[in-house]
Design a protein around this ligand. Structure first.
Ligand SMILES: O=P(O)(O)OC[C@H]1O[C@](O)(CO)[C@@H](O)[C@@H]1O
Ligand SMILES: [Mn+2]
Length: 441
């Protein structure tokens, strides 16, 4: 088989990868430093002088990191001993091996973008864990929570819609059920516009009622495999025997509004009996600013349960119960915060690969998951998705992603070129989206 194409990299001056490393990542580090500053008195109240010293230490480590990045210093091994440290350092060795003699060491502007961007978030985490007693602090928590609060109107509308739908779900015919499924899939897709890493950590919430915009947004769905998802899940439902289990896995992306859209979809999948269990996969450490950790999931559900909107709080209570009775299961795994492409999963995390094989469908939310599915490479737009997955086929899967990186596969001949002529920023603005399926039909 032919070699896969090269990785996206900041060495391509002017590319989105270059601009991210040059502008967006230092901006994210600066915001993290500001956040630590702003919490100084809180650290003092909790931990006394020790808290203030820890804050200073974390800030100095982050300033050092920002300087290394901005001056394109070599990537250095991680030092703090954690469950993933060896895997990271082995991967750094592997990156060294990819370079020619003349290229020197792996560095921020020379190495693959996926590797260095992930490394930035892992080093940020290292700076925090090296600063006890504030080593459990999530520098992005505030902005994730703010995104949730700013999206309240939309969340209320969505929860009201869901509860009304559940009330009448038994009366819906096949076609109506399918239409509702498609609506909630699209809401989950457009929820992915709300990540905070593209905006450099600045606000990016859903202020209008997304449900009213679905028809207008349809034209921006470039690959639409929703029908495949329906036929797969309705087949599972029909073939299901008493007591048998059909799991849908959702590899989560951002907390805040996007997470609510995913939970609404997950609730619908159970209520409609299209699945019997939902397994969520989240991040073990703060990641790409807005990604969901277990703390974010619990926080969102709690906020909803105790808010004084009837349907929002009903959703919160139901969702808490789904977790309690095991119909919703949350997993995390260090693999999701490693820099590896997903085709490496069977080797690097065989336990996770085996777990994913139990799914009847895996939904991968968001842009970073797409980059890892496709290896973050310069594929031609027309390369089939199946090929770009490079052997990663644990179970039928679908990427639900708004485009925020210069990578897209599976388009029709000429489609990419037409889009470029129409809108030069189509690959990176988050305005376009895909439902891209791979699996037996
Ligand atoms: O939250 P998402 O959809 O994975 O998006 C995160 C995105 O942020 C960026 O890294 C920008 O820094 C994208 O290119 C990246 O994939
Ligand atoms: Mn994200």
């Amino acid at each position: 088989m032919a070699e896969p194409p090269p990785f996206l990299s900041a060495k391509d001056v002017g590319s989105f990868a270059y601009l991210t490393i040059k502008d967006r990542t230092p901006q994210i580090l600066t915001r993290a430093i500001d956040t630590l500053h702003r919490h100084k008195s809180e650290f003092f109240e909790k931990h006394g002088e020790e808290g203030v010293e820890a804050e200073k230490k974390a800030i100095s480590l982050l300033s050092k990191l920002r300087n290394e990045l901005q001056t394109d210093k070599p990537i250095v091994p991680l030092v703090e001993d954690c469950a993933d440290t060896d895997l990271w350092n082995q991967h750094l060795e592997y990156q060294r091996g990819l370079l020619n003699e003349s290229d020197g060491q792996p560095s921020w502007f020379r190495s693959p973008w996926l590797f260095v961007e992930c490394y930035m978030y892992r080093r940020l985490h290292e700076a925090i864990i090296q600063s006890p007693p504030i080593n459990g602090f999530d520098v992005f928590k505030e902005s994730k929570d703010q995104n949730f609060f700013e999206s309240q109107e939309s969340v209320m509308a969505l929860c009201t819609h869901l509860q009304e739908l559940i009330r009448t779900i038994e009366d819906l015919d096949e076609n109506q059920l399918k239409n509702e499924f498609f609506k909630l899939l699209q809401i989950s897709l457009w929820g992915n516009k709300c990540d905070l890493s593209l905006s450099g950590g600045g606000s990016s919430s859903q202020k209008t009622n997304i449900m009213n915009s679905l028809e207008d947004l349809k034209q921006f769905i470039l690959v639409n495999d929703m029908e495949h998802l329906w036929s797969l899940l309705s087949k599972c439902k029909k073939a299901r025997e008493n007591m048998s289990v059909d799991r849908v896995y959702i590899v989560l992306d951002n907390s805040g509004f996007e997470l609510v859209t995913d939970l609404v979809l997950a609730d619908f999948l159970l209520s409609s009996k299209l699945a019997t269990e939902i397994h969520f996969h989240g991040k073990m450490i703060p990641w790409f600013v807005s990604d969901t950790t277990i703390h974010d999931l619990n926080w969102v559900i709690k906020q909803m349960k105790f808010c004084n909107h009837k349907w929002m709080s009903k959703c919160g209570a139901n969702w808490e119960n789904y977790i309690k009775v095991g119909r919703w299961v949350y997993h995390d795994h260090i693999f999701w915060t490693l820099p590896h492409e997903y085709s490496a999963m069977p080797l690097v995390a065989p336990d996770l690969y085996a777990e994913l094989q139990k799914a009847c469908l895996i939904l991968f939310k968001g842009d970073l998951n797409y980059r890892k599915l496709t290896g973050d490479r310069k594929w031609d737009f027309t390369v089939p998705f199946h090929q770009a997955l490079c052997g990663f086929h644990p179970a039928p899967l679908c990427s639900i992603r708004t485009l925020k990186a210069e990578i897209q596969v599976g388009l029709q001949p000429g489609q990419g070129e037409q889009l470029t002529a129409l809108d030069p920023h189509w690959l990176t603005s988050g305005k376009y989206g895909v439902f891209q399926f791979d699996g037996p039909l």
